[in-house]
Design a protein around this ligand. Structure first.
Ligand SMILES: [Zn+2]
Length: 186
């Protein structure tokens, strides 16, 4: 489930007075590089890249105040971008996909909320799913198995992405998370 972030006063940014909300938005937008088109307006086609810190997977990290998201005080930048631009607290569906395949991108026109299956289909279309079919001959370490299962529990990851990260097939990942393989790893 999508975590809802709330500030110390228990409100989400969308429930705050307009000045506070603007402060939050400005602080966010300052960290996004928004190219301008020929008409002087933000360029919808271009990626709006997050310029501040990223997590180890390359997704932007934004400090959202004292809250209850999965990562403590930060949230994934493009998810914040989607909520702000679409004026929603929740993201529909389980996943937020980058149509541009750029993890730093916060351009709301490049973000698509969808189901996990759609995300897998899209990763597949973009050639991201491993089509190797052959899995590592030397197998995985126990730490890797734990990491794979941890990522699988993280709503920001789908199995296709995990497969890409580990350069194996999605079938291999699926077996690991269902404990059809490596069942002995706690
Ligand atoms: Zn983009």
């Amino acid at each position: 489930m999508e975590a809802v972030y709330v500030d110390t006063d228990g409100r989400t940014p969308l429930e705050k007075p307009v000045e506070e909300r603007l402060r939050f938005e400005n602080r966010f937008i300052e960290k996004v590089d928004i190219p301008t088109g020929e008409d002087g307006e933000p360029d919808r086609e271009a990626c709006w890249e997050w310029t501040a810190g990223t997590d180890r997977y390359g997704y932007g990290q934004f400090f959202v105040g004292s809250l209850t998201p999965p990562n403590g005080d930060t949230d994934i930048a493009h998810r914040v971008a989607y909520r702000l631009w679409h004026n929603v607290v929740h993201i529909e569906g389980e996943c937020l996909m980058h149509e541009c395949d750029n993890r730093r991108c916060c351009n709301p026109h490049h973000l698509q909320a969808g189901s996990q299956q759609e995300n897998i289909d899209q990763a597949s279309e973009q050639g991201h799913m491993s089509v190797k079919g052959v899995d590592r001959k030397d197998g995985f370490s126990e730490d890797e198995i734990r990491e794979i299962r941890r990522l699988n529990d993280d709503p920001d990851w789908v199995q296709a992405e995990i497969a890409e990260e580990f350069d194996v097939s999605t079938t291999a990942i699926s077996k690991i998370v269902r404990r059809e393989s490596y069942a002995y790893v706690e």
